[in-house]
Design a protein around this ligand. Structure first.
Ligand code: NAP
Length: 153
């Protein structure tokens, strides 16, 4: 499966169950939309809450949660149940948060990583060591961030 995530230089991804930055990173949201439209997006319960507990439009929204009940997304009570149904990982985009990424790392084959140039205060972090087995394919530079694509060889 793919991972799409935006971090600070230190791997921070969230603060108070929101994104760490107040101003959106320029061009990051349209790119996120382009990458994930008409695809399956899978997220943890906290991330679902952080997007307003509403599905992202034009996407198959999947939430992993032992507690959530909603008609607005497909909810799986465990990672195992999710993996059983989504055996075709290629078109699945994991969109966070850190808790879910840490559990699904072995299944991630491609990473679309946005890295802000600025350090923001965070309470939720990715351990960027997970990128070690990946090969960097390309990096694009923007005024407030860089965007890189990694693939597992
Ligand atoms: N910068 C970015 O690109 C980005 C992207 C996404 C999110 N974020 C940020 O990241 C933060 C949220 O991340 P997070 O790590 O706190 O949470 P998360 O991964 O989004 O969600 C964690 C929750 O998912 C459920 N869950 C996780 N593993 C499970 C399992 N194996 N079985 C059943 N349920 C499971 C649990 O909810 P239940 O208690 O309901 O079971 C758990 O509390 C927010 O600040 C958000 O804004 C940032």
């Amino acid at each position: 499966m793919n991972l799409v995530i935006a971090t600070t230089p230190l791997g921070g991804i969230g603060k108070n169950n929101q994104l760490p930055w107040k101003t959106p990173l320029q061009g990051d949201l349209p790119r996120f939309k382009q990458l994930t439209s008409n695809k399956t997006v899978v997220m943890g319960h906290n991330t679902w809450k952080s997007i307003g507990s509403k599905p992202l439009p034009n996407r198959n929204n999947v939430v992993i949660s032992s507690t959530l009940k909603t008609p607005d997304a497909k909810v799986f009570k465990s990672i195992g149940e999710f993996l059983k149904e989504y055996f075709d990982y290629a078109d699945v985009f994991l969109i966070g948060g850190a808790n879910l990424v840490s559990q699904l790392t072995p299944y991630i084959t491609q990473v679309y990583l946005t890295t802000s140039h600025t350090i923001h205060e965070c309470d939720t972090f990715l351990n960027l060591e997970f990128l070690k087995p990946f090969q960097l394919l390309e990096t694009h530079h923007f005024p407030d961030h860089q965007f890189s694509i990694y693939k597992k060889p």
